[in-house]
Design a protein around this ligand. Structure first.
Ligand code: FCB
Length: 453
């Protein structure tokens, strides 16, 4: 096999999020989040667990930075817990929350690791949920206040900001499918929440730019490659609807194309949107959502194999019979080529000027063997295959600037609790011991050589 070299300044990193690793859910004045509330509600998390302690990163952050240094990471993507900073969502600031992140940023910079900060990775203050949460427009305004507070304090040192992580999950997974907090099953709420979270992004972007001179500002979207095994016109229509629901509904407005007309039509027909004016869109919103950004963050894991729904609803159905590729423990098919296709589409079709893969990785349960080592060969294979596709995209002219592996540590995987392990580093949740997996050693070498073999 050939060795593929990456550009000299390519940013190799790893990612985490606050709720998934910090723990310390009631420490030093932190307020309650919707994930605290959700995990403490019986039946919501597969193993009945919570993020109360998680990886205890709130207390072990110095050791975790040492791990990052040992890995040779050039950058680290983490998120800020909004209720740690503004316990009620707006108003009074909790200085110890700010101090925690300020120390973290200083220590990362001292270690030569560039911080990439996500402002919203799903842990909405519960106080804002009490007022209606993301389906309410006021939540977008609250986010701007929070973004202002954070970027006024960290904006001198942090120069890479991600406003929102995965608006599809905030909107639909949380309000329509109901698998994530706050666990609603309501299409209209899902659509309104999606709009307000995009609005939060668009309104905050110029504020961040003002507070953090010279910074890069972007948003992270998640994408699933939509495919069908049998390209009949019905099946292809189903693929297009899935792509509209999952990918285009967010991508189009962020890049100034408004909501996709075919999907507006489909949602109207289904009764999910009003027949005429869409009530949650106010004049100026679409311009705000299309705010200037410097980069797009891309989260990519898998594909969806689809067919037309037998009832003729026009909405797609899964086609499990034809989803035959090897899977990770999440049940997600491994489809590296989808990453290449996606990166090309984003740059050549949407003219995205700069891209970072802000998440890509795999859940495999492999743990320490008799030799005390974690031989997670499947994770190495997964990452290698995706790195090669990223390289191919670069060679084709896609301005890909960096790659963040999900995740630095095994951690709390939302509704899946601690049953899924995405880490480069194994975590023993009883002792909080961390062990480098083989994939971490392998990744260290990739970074050191700036190349994949
Ligand atoms: C993404 C989330 C991240 C993690 C991975 C597996 O959707 O952004 O927090 O859970 O999936």
């Amino acid at each position: 096999m050939t060795t593929l070299h990456f550009p000299t300044d390519f940013v190799w990193g790893a990612a985490t999020s606050a709720y998934q690793i910090e723990g310390a859910w009631q420490t030093d004045g932190k307020g309650e989040s919707i994930w605290d509330r959700f995990t403490h509600t019986p039946g919501k998390i597969i193993d009945g667990s919570t993020g109360d302690v998680a990886c205890d990163h709130y207390h072990r952050w110095q050791d975790d930075i040492a791990l990052m240094q040992a890995l040779g990471l050039r950058a680290y993507r983490f998120s800020i817990a909004w209720p740690r900073v503004l316990p009620q969502g707006v108003g009074a600031v909790n200085q110890s929350g700010i101090d925690f992140y300020s120390r973290l940023v200083d220590a990362l910079l001292a270690a030569g690791i560039t911080p990439f900060v996500t402002l919203y990775h799903w842990d909405l203050p519960q106080a804002l949920q009490e007022r209606g949460g993301w389906p309410q427009r006021a939540t977008a305004a609250a986010f701007v206040e929070y973004a202002d507070v954070i970027t006024r304090t960290l904006g001198d040192r942090v120069k890479h900001w991600i406003t929102i992580n995965e608006p599809w999950c905030v909107g639909f997974l949380s309000h329509q499918i109901g698998e994530h907090a706050p666990g609603w099953h309501d299409w209209r709420a899902g659509l309104a929440a999606s709009h307000h979270v995009l609005l939060a992004h668009g309104w905050a972007a110029p504020v961040i730019r003002r507070n953090s001179p010279g910074a890069e500002v972007g948003i992270t979207l998640n994408f699933t490659a939509a495919t069908t095994a049998t390209p009949t016109s019905e099946n292809l229509a189903a693929v297009r609807v899935y792509d509209g629901y999952f990918n285009r509904w967010f991508l189009d407005p962020v890049y100034g194309r408004h909501y996709p007309a075919d999907m507006v039509e489909a949602y109207r027909k289904a009764g999910f949107l009003p027949a005429h004016a869409i009530d949650f869109i106010v004049e100026g919103d679409m311009e705000a959502i299309a705010a200037h950004t410097d980069f797009l963050g891309v989260n990519y894991y898998t594909r969806a194999v689809l067919k037309a729904d037998a009832a003729g609803s026009g909405f797609p159905a899964d086609d499990p019979e034809h989803a035959t590729l090897p899977r990770t423990d999440m049940g997600w098919e491994i489809y590296p080529q989808g990453l290449y296709d996606l990166l090309g589409r984003l740059h050549f079709e949407y003219r995205v000027p700069k891209l970072y893969i802000t998440e890509n990785g795999a859940s495999f349960a492999d743990g320490p063997g008799a030799d005390g080592m974690v031989h997670d060969t499947r994770r190495i294979d997964y990452l290698r295959a995706h790195f090669r596709q990223a390289h191919a995209a670069l060679a084709a002219g896609v301005p890909l600037a960096g790659y963040f592996v999900w995740s630095l540590l095994d951690n709390f995987e939302w509704a899946k609790g601690y049953t899924e392990r995405f880490g480069l580093v194994w975590v023993d949740y009883t002792t909080q011991q961390r062990i480098f997996k083989d994939s971490a050693r392998w990744y260290r070498q990739v970074i050191a050589e700036n190349a994949v073999t």
